[in-house]
Design a protein. Structure first.
Length: 342
């Protein structure tokens, strides 16, 4: 039924009542009564129309047949902290009564989106977590110049201060792991424990070889190959099936790569030697690795340097599998951090 049909005689009466007609002497009161009745009828019709439209919105399912929620996966808890490196975007969710919150630090070419579903699962387990966008990534401000790993780490202090958090469990993935390790080495009083998932613990020769490789060209191409070449690339020997979850994770990786500016994260990684900071860590630490991640041999190298660190293989695939299985990752992390909540 059309909306106009719900409004009585709208075409005839106009929005303010009946069209004026010559009045007979003595009939003023009846004319006013009729005009008032018509106005009330119009208002009632407009109310019925509004309620009908609202009911339609409530009853209609969301048009998300492709099941792609976009930034909706980051629902709730978002804010910004002012730091020397500009505004840092974060998402802070989970129970406020949690004793020790987790600070989640993403890899290069990514953003806090990497931890979106993991955060939701951690909240269900009763843990508070804060995922950040590093400067130059996601919705954070561009970094002023080229930061080092230590610069990124030191910039976490004002983030924690802004959130009134004295101590946290730091969780890092790839670049984020180095930043977490550096933070723990230089700010030990702010760290309860560490989870380091995939540690790019490069030797000098490995760093030089990586720096010699050309950057991935993000220049838009008419045929869209700037997207397709990256998206279809498969890590040699990776047995990971292309499940819907894996394809979703790869899509987020591609989108995040285009949201970032210059690749300052990888530059910082290739100019950082983890040895001294790793030896200085005093907080309990869990190394997490993936068997077909290119970083896997470096995780073994770190475990050899620090045999006191706990060690766990999360998957037989690559590092992106944590996004594919957020519930299992959160359960693994929850098992490790549970004693620190007591």
């Amino acid at each position: 039924m059309g909306g106009l049909a719900l409004i009585p005689s709208l075409a005839k009466v106009g929005p303010w009542g009946a069209s004026p007609s010559p009045r007979r002497r003595g009939g003023e009161e009846s004319d006013l009564a009729r005009a008032g009745l018509t106005l009330r009828a119009w208002r009632l019709g407009a109310l019925v129309l509004a309620l009908t439209f609202a009911a339609t919105l409530v009853a209609s399912p969301l048009r998300a047949e492709d099941h792609w929620l976009g930034n909706g996966v980051l629902k709730g808890g978002k804010g910004y902290a002012d730091t020397p490196m500009g505004q840092v975007s974060y998402r802070d969710i989970g129970p406020r009564g949690a004793k020790v919150p987790l600070l989640l630090i993403h890899q290069s070419w990514m953003s806090m989106i990497e931890f979106a579903q993991i955060q939701d699962e951690l909240a269900k387990l009763g843990y508070r977590s804060i995922a950040i966008d590093l400067p130059g990534y996601g919705m954070s401000d561009p970094a002023p110049g080229q930061p080092t790993i230590k610069d990124f780490a030191d910039n976490l202090v004002p983030v924690l201060d802004d959130l009134h958090i004295q101590k946290a469990i730091l969780v890092g993935h790839h670049t984020g792991s180095l930043i977490a390790a550096s933070f723990a080495a230089h700010h030990p009083d702010r760290v309860t424990a560490l989870i380091l998932h995939g540690n790019p613990y490069f030797t000098k020769a490995e760093s030089e070889a990586a720096l010699a490789q050309p950057d991935f060209d993000r220049t838009p191409k008419a045929d869209g190959s700037n997207f397709s070449l990256f998206f279809t690339y498969k890590v040699p020997g990776d047995p990971h099936p292309q499940t819907p979850e894996n394809l979703r994770s790869r899509t987020w990786l591609l989108l995040s790569m285009y949201l970032m500016g210059p690749d300052i994260g990888h530059w910082a990684v290739y100019h950082y030697d983890m040895t001294a900071d790793a030896l200085a860590i005093r907080a309990p630490t869990l190394i997490v690795t993936d068997a077909h991640d290119g970083i896997h041999p470096m995780d073994d190298r770190l475990a050899k340097l620090r045999p006191d660190f706990k060690y766990e293989v999360f998957s037989n695939y690559t590092g992106i599998d944590m996004m594919d299985e957020p519930k299992r990752w959160a359960a693994m992390a929850g098992d490790y951090i549970a004693p620190f909540e007591k």
